[in-house]
Structure formats: C-alpha cells, structure tokens
Ligand binder design. Structure first.
Ligand code: UD1
Length: 366
C-alpha cells in the first residue's frame, strides 16, 4: 500500500507534520505501507517553506515538483502536470491532500482522473464565497474525495447538505491543532522581539488577495491599524505578496516609518506561535489563525466579510468585522476595554486528529 501525502504552501505544512509523524509511528519492519511526501513547490521561499520543515521536523520531501508562482491557471496546471508524472511513476494507492490551496485541488483532480483514491484533510469548510480561490479549491476537492476528514460538526453538516454520503465523512478533529499543542510550550518560552512586552502588543497578518490587491481596501485597513497602533503597538510579520502591494501602492515607506507598527519578515512556525501566544489580540485575514487563537484563548479580529471557520466565532475567540475601518477599530478597542468574551475549544481539537486519520486510512486496508 502506497500513500502520497501532499503539501504545497505554508498553511499545509503544520497540517501534514502530525500525519507524517502518525504514519511513521505505525511503521514497523513488517508494516505493508509506504508513505511518500510530495512538495509541489507552490511556496518556495525559505521563510514560507524550508523553515517549517525544520521547525516541525518534517522529513525532506521525497518528490519536489518545484512549480513556483504564477496565475492560478498556470500554477494549477504546473502542479497537475508534475503530479501526474509522479503518480504514473510511483502508482500510489491513496493521495492525501490537506487544506484549500491550489496544490490541494490540483492534486485531487489529477489523482482522481488516474483512478487513485483521494483523502481530504480539513474537508467541509465553506465560506460560501466563490470569489475566494480557496472556496473553489475546497468545493472541488470535496466533490472528489473518497474520504473526507473534518475538523468540526459544522463541516459535516455542510457536506451532508451537498449530498455527500455519510460513509465518506469522518469527523476526526484538527491536525493543525495537533501541531500547535505539540509545540506551544516551546513557543511560549522563546524571547519576544526586542522592545515588545507580553500582552502589550497586537499581531497583524494580512495576505488575502481580496484585501491586499485592491489599493482602496488596503489603505482602509491600514488606516484602522494605524489608529489601533496608537493605543497598542502592532507587530506585523508580512507576507511577500503584501509587501509587494504596499510597495506598489506607495504605502510601504510610511508603514515602515510608523514606530508603533513593527513590520518584520514572515516568521517560522514556532516563533510565530510564540508571538501570538503572548499577544493581546490578533488582527488577521488568515484562515488557520482563527483556529489557533481560539485554542490559545487570544481574541482574534478577522478582517474578512465571511469565514469558512464559523465554529471559531460560535464558541471561540473570533469576531468577523469585514474591512470597514470603523468596525475594526471598534472590535480592537472593545478588547482593550477588557470586555469579556465567551471562549471554548471545539470538540476533538485535542492533539489526536492525525492518529485518527491514519487509523482510518490503514483500516480501509486491514
Ligand atoms: C497561498 C494560498 C492561500 C494561503 C497562503 C498562505 C492559494 C490559492 N492560496 O496564497 O490560501 O492562505 O498561500 O501564505 O493556494 N511568493 C513568494 N514566495 C513564495 C511564494 C509566493 O514571494 O514562496 C509571492 C509571489 O509573488 C506570488 C505571491 O507571493 O505570486 C502569491 O503566492 P501564491 O502561492 O500564489 O499565493 P499566496 O498568496 O501565498
């Protein structure tokens, strides 16, 4: 039995690390399965890729497709072409994809057309916003997946509503949280950037095309961030896409000169987790950070009109505020005013999701 485990971009690496580890734990001299790690190369910068492999002790990929950046069609096509060749050469029985990036969808389509079974980890999340490339990737991948591993009950409901047979749906928990729980103590012990004191700063992340590619939106967001930074310093590990846009729109210099906004390069996994675990609040448009802050009990202000992770708003620390500067400011000031917020951790976000996934996959062949 041969499994391909696919990763392509930064948010995939923390999801595959515990799956890889769980497979290895089950591997003995007599076990009859092999696991191949495939890196599509969608992210290739050391700071978006290599550091995660080192930090999370992920073994080097067996195959790297080296696809790099491009338009969505170019990137998807390059992943499909490279991945098809790898599948034809190695003939895996299963392809395991995680998350919702272009590599996820590209490999799911390629595998399915070759008659290879597909398992999707983090299935069933829906923002119901088809202007997000990730939503298209999620829907396409779930239509094709033979096994759909979900992180919460709302995701199960989404899949049922789309007519997915019960036998394909497995509620296993959240592999990204497996990784968080494994590293959080080490992360908390790391020193903070100089001049930054525990609980006395906000963390900002921003990279979604809908937010950063449009000059008017990006200016409005930074207007709010600048106002907030006058009350609470903001640490901003910036994605290369965002830095490029800030530069293009002539905004970069002014932000770099703001003393209360600390623009820094993207951080490795453990450093970022350490930074978030001690902050007062997070301002973000990320998907995964909404979940991580819920587990850490840190208030999260999500600058998007919708979320594919509503459980983090229902029972966690997340609030959705869209891109209106007034709403962003109001949410941040309410955290600063210490307004209490309910928060609990979703079911099965307990550090054992990857073990459940591997058990189910191996049982399929017992
Ligand atoms: C991708 C994912 C997104 C995820 C994000 C996390 C899709 C559709 N999007 O978005 O869901 O939240 O990763 O980072 O798959 N670039 C570099 N170095 C790299 C990779 C990219 O500088 O290693 C720059 C390039 O200019 C590139 C741009 O970033 O054009 C965007 O990269 P891309 O992989 O297309 O999407 P992300 O915005 O990173």
């Amino acid at each position: 039995m041969k499994f391909f485990l696919v990763a392509g971009a930064r948010p995939n690496f923390m999801k595959i690390a515990p799956i890889m580890a769980a497979f290895r734990q089950r591997q003995t001299a007599i076990s009859d399965f092999e696991i191949f790690l495939i890196h599509t190369g969608q992210h290739y910068d050391a700071k978006l890729s290599d550091t995660f492999f080192t930090d999370l002790q992920i073994p080097q990929a067996d195959i790297n497709l080296g696809v790099g950046s491009g338009t969505h069609a170019q990137q998807t096509a390059r992943v499909m072409t490279g991945f098809e060749a790898a599948c034809l050469r190695e003939r895996p029985d299963w392809v395991i994809v995680v998350g919702d990036v272009n590599s996820t969808m590209a490999c799911a389509i390629t595998a399915k057309k070759l008659g290879i079974r597909v398992a999707h980890v983090e299935a069933g999340l829906r923002s119901k916003d088809m202007s997000m490339p990730e939503e298209i990737n999620r829907v396409c991948t779930d239509v094709l997946g033979d096994l759909l591993f979900t992180t919460d009950r709302l995701a199960d409901e989404n899949l049922r509503r789309e007519g997915v047979a019960e036998a394909r749906i497995h509620f296993v928990g959240n592999t990204m949280i497996d990784t968080l729980l494994l590293h959080v103590d080490r992360a908390r012990a790391l020193p903070l950037p100089e001049g930054i004191r525990k609980t006395e700063y906000a963390v900002l992340t921003l990279h979604r095309p809908g937010n950063v590619d449009d000059q008017k939106t990006l200016r409005a967001l930074f207007q709010a961030v600048q106002d907030i930074s006058r009350r609470l310093p903001v640490v901003f590990p910036a994605h290369p896409r965002t830095v490029a846009r800030l530069n293009e729109f002539g905004m970069l210099r002014a932000i770099e000169e703001e003393r209360a906004i600390r623009l820094i390069p993207p951080l490795g996994y453990v450093s970022f987790l350490g930074l978030v675990s001690h902050c007062r609040m997070v301002l973000t448009d990320s998907g995964g950070i909404q979940e991580e802050t819920t587990v850490l009990g840190i208030p999260c202000i999500t600058m998007r009109p919708n979320t594919e992770r509503p459980i983090t708003c229902e029972i966690g620390t997340n609030v959705l505020v869209g891109t209106d500067p007034n709403r962003i400011r109001a949410a941040a000031y309410s955290v600063l005013a210490g307004e209490p917020r309910r928060a609990s951790v979703p079911e099965k976000w307990d550090g054992h999701a990857a073990r459940r996934i591997v058990e189910i996959l191996l049982e399929e062949h017992a």
